[in-house]
Design a protein around this ligand. Structure first.
Ligand SMILES: [Zn+2]
Length: 191
């Protein structure tokens, strides 16, 4: 085991069957099961081998050496409570707006095709989570530069800044299904 730990720590490849260990990611949970971060699977393996975490869900690959055979972790849980890091706001990401808004136009409910500044840019509206929503082309054109109070448009719900970790997970092309139990949605930050 010590050899595996030192090989991992030194950044040397360890045989893994299935997807490359280097490409895999693991979700780290606090002892309370709160999702904390997404780390390289290599780091999660080190945490498990060092006794600092346990594997809750295994991924597809297997880490192998002469003396060790263990599944590549997909979700690990820390053995000791750590204080959750201060949550910065996630950078605004166009794709994440569509995910947050369920790919639905926030004015009419049809399939969203673009994003809209609720308070128009021409009138000082900013490009941030609370002012940008997914929108269909027709509503985008019809609303134009008008303000909500001056038009027939209203929002199905107020836009919000989601949890950064949920944004990070949502933007991954192949988020493991077992992560969804711990990242239920793009929930609002600080609620
Ligand atoms: Zn619409």
């Amino acid at each position: 085991m010590a050899r595996v730990v030192s090989a991992l720590a030194a950044g040397q490849p360890v045989m893994a069957r299935g997807p490359s260990l280097l490409a895999e990611r693991a979700l780290v949970l606090n002892v309370t099961y709160q999702a904390l971060s997404i780390v390289a699977a290599r780091r999660a393996v080190l945490m498990v081998l060092g006794g600092r975490a346990e594997v809750l869900h295994a991924g597809d690959g297997v880490v192998r050496s002469e003396r060790l055979r263990m599944p590549v972790p997909s979700v690990v849980r820390l053995s000791h409570h750590v204080r959750a890091p201060f949550r910065r706001r996630a950078p605004l990401h166009r794709a994440a707006i569509f995910v947050r808004d369920g790919n639905r136009c926030q004015y009419c409910g049809r399939t969203a095709e673009c994003v809209d500044h609720v308070h128009p840019r021409s009138k000082g509206g900013t490009y941030d989570w609370e002012n940008v929503v997914a929108c269909c082309r027709a509503c985008n054109v019809a609303k134009g530069d008008s303000l909500l109070g001056e038009s027939r448009f209203s929002l199905s719900r107020p836009p919000y800044a989601p949890e950064p970790l949920a944004v990070d997970a949502a933007l991954r092309s192949h988020m493991p299904s077992e992560w969804q139990d711990y990242l239920p949605s793009l929930r609002p930050l600080g609620r």
